[in-house]
Each structure stands twice: as C-alpha cells, then as structure tokens.
Design a protein around this ligand. Structure first.
Ligand code: SF4
Ligand code: SF4
Length: 276
C-alpha cells in the first residue's frame, strides 16, 4: 500500500479535479457483473463519524467494534492514527459487511468512502493557492463496470443521493484536528495526547464512561441540559469530543474552562489522577 502521503501526492498531481457542478456517467447495482467486487481487498480509512454509525448498525460498543473490525496502521507521515476497516482473511478478502446477494448489509450506515465511491475528495496542498478549497476526483478501477453507464450525475447530485452531508460536516471537524496548522510548524504530540484523541473521537463509550465517572465536566462551563444530552446522544458527545480534543491537543479555546478549575491532565486508564 502506498503511504497516505504518496497517495495524496499522486491525487494532487495526476487526477483531474472536479467541482460540484461537473458531470459524470455512472451507475451501480446488482445487475452489473462487478456487483460487490469493490467491497473486497480495499483500504477504507474510517473517520470518527463512520465508526459511530457503523458500530450502531451492528449493535456493538465502540471498543468492541474497533477491536473486531479495524486495524490501526500508523504511517510515519501521519501525526495521528486512523482506523482502517479490516477485511476478512478468507480468499478474496471480502469486507465483513458484504453479502453476496444483498450487497452491503449496513448500507444506510456505510462509511464515507463507500458513499463517495467512485468519487474521492481532497484539498490542494499547502503550497497551492486556495489550499482549503475542496475538490473531487474520479477513481477509475478496471473492475468497475459502472463508468460510462447512461445515467448522468453532477457531483452535487451524487453527494445528495448518497447522503454525504452529515459525513462531510463531521469530516470537516475531523480535518480540523488531523490537519491542524500546528502540525505544519513541527508540533509533536505526546503518547498521552494521542490516547486522548483516540478515546474522545473513536472510543466514545469509553469517553462517556470517563467524563461521567470523574469530575471532568466540572472543569468546563457547560449548560446542564447539554450535559444530559451527552449521556444519551452520541453525535453530541462526538462534537464535544472534537472541541475537547482541540483544547487538549493544541490549546485552542474551544471550551470555556471554569476559572476555578485547576489545570490537570486527564488520564483514561484506571489510575487515579489529580482532578478538581
Ligand atoms: S464495482 Fe463499481 S459498479 Fe460494480 S458494484 Fe462496485 S461501485 Fe458498483
Ligand atoms: S462497508 Fe459496505 S459498502 Fe463499504 S466495503 Fe463494506 S460492504 Fe462494501
């Protein structure tokens, strides 16, 4: 597998860039001979929102889902680890969620890359003009017979049809952490900070257990009704996790810390930590 950095360079250099108004011909479905071929032996990196949706679909806790269905390769070019969807170890390395007849068994909760395919999205390199402006690109793989089918989409229509909006909203929050400007200035995270990131964004059950079993929430000015929401609403908890991660990793002022709160480094293991 190319490193993520090499892959990004290839996309920036060689792939034609599409805007939301550009059109393409594509169709997908069980009537094509290639049905399900794209759901095997493929690298699918998961965002925190992908994990939130997928583990709900299969009814597992976050820790169990991560252990059972993901690998965590750590590429030297990355500042933070990202889980990779595990493929089965049988011949063909099919995704654990594909069914030969029905296709994706978690279709309404499938992850962002599966929704986007055959499109991908990227931002230009830091050195380019408009470095923040997202563009789309087309992945053309020989096995995929969907290209050239008569149905014409604009990119915007495809995104709408695939239900990408919520994924894009959380994806922007994730990029705010993984592509934080501090990294371009050489900022290095400690192993403890990397653990905080992992728990607050991917292992939400553990994060919830921690914040409600300690004095953690008392350190911040958070309305009581929002605290109650954090008990039951995973999306609210994930948004809070992004805010807290930006504060804990980079010192961003994303949460109001109570003036009386003593500065402390939270610990997610079973050891006692100094808390207010
Ligand atoms: S290979 Fe392409 S056309 Fe075939 S099922 Fe996958 S996405 Fe659809
Ligand atoms: S999650 Fe669903 S769409 Fe994505 S690779 Fe697995 S079976 Fe295919």
């Amino acid at each position: 597998m190319d490193s993520l950095a090499n892959l990004k360079q290839t996309i920036l250099k060689d792939y034609p860039r599409l805007s939301e108004q550009d059109g393409f011909a594509f169709e997908c479905g069980a009537h094509l001979e290639c049905f399900n071929v794209c759901c095997a032996d493929v690298n699918i990196f998961l965002t925190p929102y992908d994990v939130l949706r997928m583990r709900k679909a299969v009814g597992l806790g976050s820790g169990e889902f991560l252990a059972r269905y993901t690998l965590v390769p750590f590429d030297k070019s990355q500042h933070l680890p990202t889980p990779l969807l595990k493929m089965s170890e049988t011949e063909g390395k099919a995704c654990y969620f594909v069914d030969a007849f029905k296709g994706c068994t978690i279709y309404s909760h499938r992850p962002w890359p599966c929704r986007m395919y055959p499109l991908g999205s990227a931002s230009p390199g830091e050195t380019e003009k408009d470095a923040d402006r997202l563009f789309y690109f087309m992945m053309r793989e020989e096995f995929c017979q969907g290209h050239g089918c008569p149905h014409i989409w604009t990119v915007a229509e495809w995104l709408e049809d695939q239900g990408v909006a919520k994924y894009a909203e959380f994806g922007e929050m994730f990029k705010g952490i993984t592509l934080h400007p501090a990294f371009s200035k050489g900022y290095q995270l400690s192993p403890q900070q990397i653990e905080m990131y992992w728990i607050a964004l991917f292992d939400l059950d553990k994060f919830r257990g921690f914040i409600f079993s300690s004095s953690f929430l008392k350190r911040f000015e958070i309305p009581a009704d929002f605290i109650e929401l954090l008990r039951i609403d995973d999306e609210a908890l994930l948004k809070f996790g992004f805010s807290w991660t930006a504060l804990a990793l980079f010192g961003d002022k994303t949460l109001n810390v109570r003036p009386e709160a003593v500065k402390m480094q939270p610990q997610f293991n079973n050891k006692k930590s100094s808390r207010v």
